[in-house]
Design a protein around this ligand. Structure first.
Ligand code: Z57
Length: 802
């Protein structure tokens, strides 16, 4: 039975072909029909959005505003058609005219408005909130260029601009009627009025924020939410005087400076970039968003007393931390509230999620930078800090000695996490382990002062994209065996446990994995020119390249394996190691690790003694749409970060739900995966968080592990002697021998041992498939539907709008 939406879509596609191109589908070219399909789908969402937002307004429902510098949206066409349950119909409809919908999917570029886990999490949450009919608006920046395109040349990562809007701009709905002005630089003047001492911001530079709305569809729901992306432009176009004088370049300078704010996403993940432009980006989107939110609230309610009951502003990592002083500024300067009243409203409307404990990622800004760029905001932060320190001295004299660590301003810097904790009513980590570390270690003192603020919400993923759409064969099998209910409530997937002894189901699982491996093998053959054996075990590590994630440990094991095959006659199970990762553009060590992976890949490929047992593939340009091809093909999921460093991980969950078995440390959400599947369905190795800390305090010396372990010596000396294709990797050798900050060498032996256990398990086909089934069937708790329900009930206090 054809649904109503499909019917509307078809009519609309036909209409757009006529109106936009004076053509029809039959005679249309691919580009025209592509545009018509995207435009028609966007229109359906726009109509649904209108109906839904009317209901939200009527019911005066409390709303979530999700502030994030990143939303890693990926592609939208397939997701939207799938959510609207129109995919099959539209596919058939296009096929009638000789068009293959898969080709349209491939034409759509990823909206890569994020780096990695943090940005993809935000997008998963938008999907789940919408599916569960909660009102939420995401706020971010309409970067003209998303995360760079990665091209590997001679093993070295090169970055190219990712211009996505031409081909995917059909999803962006401009709202010129809701432009907002944002103020930078200038001076502040204080003067007395009948309202007391008031502050005026003068001589500022204005930038216009123009919103573009991207509609977010949900599955089996009336709801459509919006992701509002702000684009920067100058208030004045260009300088006509200069233009008339023939100074063409100069005449457009102001516009160039203004629009640079929304030009490009900063490509550093988990590491701060203390640049002026980055601070401008943060304030730009925070200010535009909060001005809009407060304006709407005031129009409706005429007061902000009710603000905390009607709105919650979520701060995704500290990047939007300026929400704290900006909301204060708006309430005081624009709406005349006095400090205490404004603080009461602010501190009851903001909630903050921390995503890392790595010191280099905890944001801090030089005082001078904040003061010059945002003088009014800085003066507010100073006052927040003064009152905060006063509060600690008065109520927690025992913490006086820690005041430097806890202060919002200290050591010449503004500490953004401290600002967020002081200014929010809720602070959460992203896995049980991470949230515990926040309380006992990173923010230990704050937890003494505000014990009720700290909570945990373990991350989740939208299984609709990561299972149903990325792995249609597995989704089909699940539907046959347990019904389709899991698409809306993933807890149903638990029923799949019943098939643990069902030979037919186990063999179907193997066939499906094989098909997915073939699909990936085709991609690899085409992109890398490497033939991989689909009967070999696919071992996958895909994520950003970072020292703490220890892709290097993975390569060391591979080199060890290579040497044992080559020189010691070892005959392992045939295995294919698949890597994909982007490194931050300026991150030398990360790029060296990519170069090492590529060199090992070449070395193995060239060696007839080894290549039938071992393959190594580095797939370039990892992104959401590529992840959707790689993840369903994985047998083994490498989650091998140093314990205590990976806040949660979400790739681990995507791989698990696609039947990959985790090989990992007791870190982040791996701990909860371990609890979900049981010790016999996961491979755990390495030091625990506690052991890492103890070793660190005793004094970690990588040479001790070098001296104690023959394999480590062999591998390191092999690297040093030019064994890897005659290439020089001295920097990595020295790094490991004399620094090794993430203790690769300490975990090496345990990791190699875990690999042998993996091989042994994989050789027992039946047993391994059962492990895989257990992983699929117990992934229910990692649905982002569960995560957002936790947020909604325990942090945001919002209800669905039906
Ligand atoms: C980022 O992707 C994450 C943390 C950050 O502080 C920044 Br900046 C970027 C990641 C964590 O590394 C992952 O462990 C976590 O799963 C993800 O955020 C989502 O919470």
């Amino acid at each position: 039975m054809e649904n109503h939406v499909s019917q509307k879509l078809k009519t609309s596609i036909e209409k757009i072909m006529e109106v936009n191109f004076g053509n029809n589908i039959k005679n249309g070219n691919k580009r025209q029909v592509y545009e018509a399909v995207l435009t028609a789908t966007n229109e359906i969402l726009a109509e649904k959005r209108y109906e839904y937002s009317k209901k939200v307004k009527e019911q005066e429902a409390k709303q979530v505003y999700y502030m994030s510098m990143e939303f890693l949206v990926g592609t939208s066409l397939k997701n939207n058609l799938w959510n609207l349950e129109a995919e099959d119909d539209i596919k058939a409809f296009l096929a009638e005219y000789g068009f293959d919908i898969e080709e349209f999917y491939e034409m759509e570029p990823d909206a890569g408005l994020g780096n990695g886990g943090l940005g993809r999490l935000a997008s998963c949450y938008m999907d789940s909130m919408t599916t569960l009919s909660y009102p939420i608006t995401g706020f971010s920046i309409r970067y003209e260029f998303g995360i760079f395109k990665q091209v590997i040349i001679d093993g070295w990562q090169n970055e190219f601009p990712d211009s996505w809007i031409d081909q995917a701009g059909y999803w962006l709905n401009p709202r010129a009627d809701e432009e907002i002005e944002v103020h930078f630089f200038g001076n502040i003047k204080e003067h007395w009025t009948d309202k007391g001492l008031t502050t005026e911001h003068t001589d500022y530079v204005s930038v216009m924020a123009k919103p573009y709305d991207l509609f977010i569809s949900g599955y089996d729901t009336e709801a459509v939410n919006t992701l509002r992306l702000w684009s920067a432009k100058s208030t004045s176009g260009f300088n006509m005087d200069l233009f008339s004088k023939g100074e063409y370049v100069k005449s457009t300078e102001n516009e160039a400076i203004a629009s640079s704010i929304s030009k490009v996403l900063y490509p550093a993940d988990d590491k701060i970039e203390g640049k002026s432009l980055r601070l401008k980006q943060q304030y730009f989107f925070v200010s535009a968003s909060l001005q809009q939110i407060t304006k709407e609230h005031y129009k409706k309610y005429g007061t902000f007393e009710s603000f905390p009951d009607k709105a919650v502003i979520h701060i995704n990592d500290t990047h939007p931390s300026l929400c704290v002083p900006e909301l204060m500024r708006i309430l005081m300067d624009d709406y005349g509230y006095v400090w205490d009243a404004a603080w009461d409203i602010t501190a009851n409307s903001l909630a903050y999620t921390n995503h890392t404990v790595m010191s280099e990622a905890l944001e801090k800004w030089p005082i001078d930078l904040v003061k010059s760029h945002l003088p009014r905001i800085y003066s507010i932060i100073e006052e927040i800090n003064r009152r905060f320190c006063q509060f600690i001295y008065t109520n927690h004299p025992e913490l006086s000695a820690s005041i430097d660590k806890m202060a919002i301003i200290s050591e010449g810097m503004v500490k953004m996490a401290n600002l967020c904790i002081a200014g929010s009513y809720s602070v959460n980590g992203v896995s049980k382990l991470h949230s515990d570390i926040l309380k006992t270690d990173t923010f230990h003192n704050f937890n003494i002062v505000y014990p009720d603020k700290f909570t945990n919400v373990t991350n989740g993923i939208t299984h609709r994209r990561w299972l149903c759409q990325a792995n249609p064969l597995l989704s089909q099998l699940l539907t046959e065996k347990i019904g389709g209910g899991f698409k809306k409530s993933l807890s149903d997937i638990e029923k799949f446990n019943e098939f643990y002894y069902d030979e037919a189901v186990l063999s179907r699982l193997r066939e499906i994995k094989k098909e997915n491996k073939k699909r990936l093998a085709d991609y690899i053959a085409q992109k890398n020119g490497i033939e991989v054996n689909c009967d070999s075990m696919f071992d996958v590590q895909v994520k950003r390249l970072h020292e703490y994630k220890r892709q290097l440990l993975n390569v060391l094991q591979i080199i060890d394996l290579y040497r044992k095959i080559k020189f010691q006659g070892f005959r392992p199970l045939p295995q294919t190691y698949i890597f994909a990762a982007k490194a931050s553009a300026g991150y030398f060590m990360a790029k060296e690790i990519i170069r090492l992976i590529c060199a090992v890949s070449d070395m193995v490929e060239r060696d007839p003694d080894v290549r039938d047992f071992l393959k190594v593939v580095f797939i370039a340009d990892y992104k959401v749409s590529l992840a959707e091809i790689i993840i369903p093909a994985a047998d083994i999921s490498e989650q091998i970060s140093q314990a205590g460093k990976e806040a949660s991980g979400t790739g681990n969950m995507k791989l698990m739900i696609n039947g990959a078995v985790t090989l990992g440390t007791m870190d982040g959400a791996n701990v909860e995966i371990y609890e979900a599947v049981g010790p016999e369905n996961i491979f755990i190795f390495g030091l625990s968080t506690q052991e890492v800390n103890d070793l660190y305090h005793r004094g970690y010396r990588p040479e001790d592990f070098y001296n104690a372990n023959q394999s480590i010596r062999d591998v390191l000396e092999f690297i040093k002697s030019g064994g890897i294709g005659g290439k020089n990797f001295d920097s990595l050798y020295h790094y490991l021998m004399y620094s090794d900050p993430y203790m690769n060498l300490a975990d090496f032996a345990s990791y190699c041992d875990a690999h042998r256990r993996v091989e042994e398990a994989y050789r027992d086909e039946a047993r391994f498939t059962q492990m895989s089934l257990k992983n699929i069937a117990n992934a229910g708790i990692f649905a982002s539907d569960r995560s957002v329900t936790d947020y909604a009930n325990h942090i945001w206090h919002v209800k669905p709008v039906q």
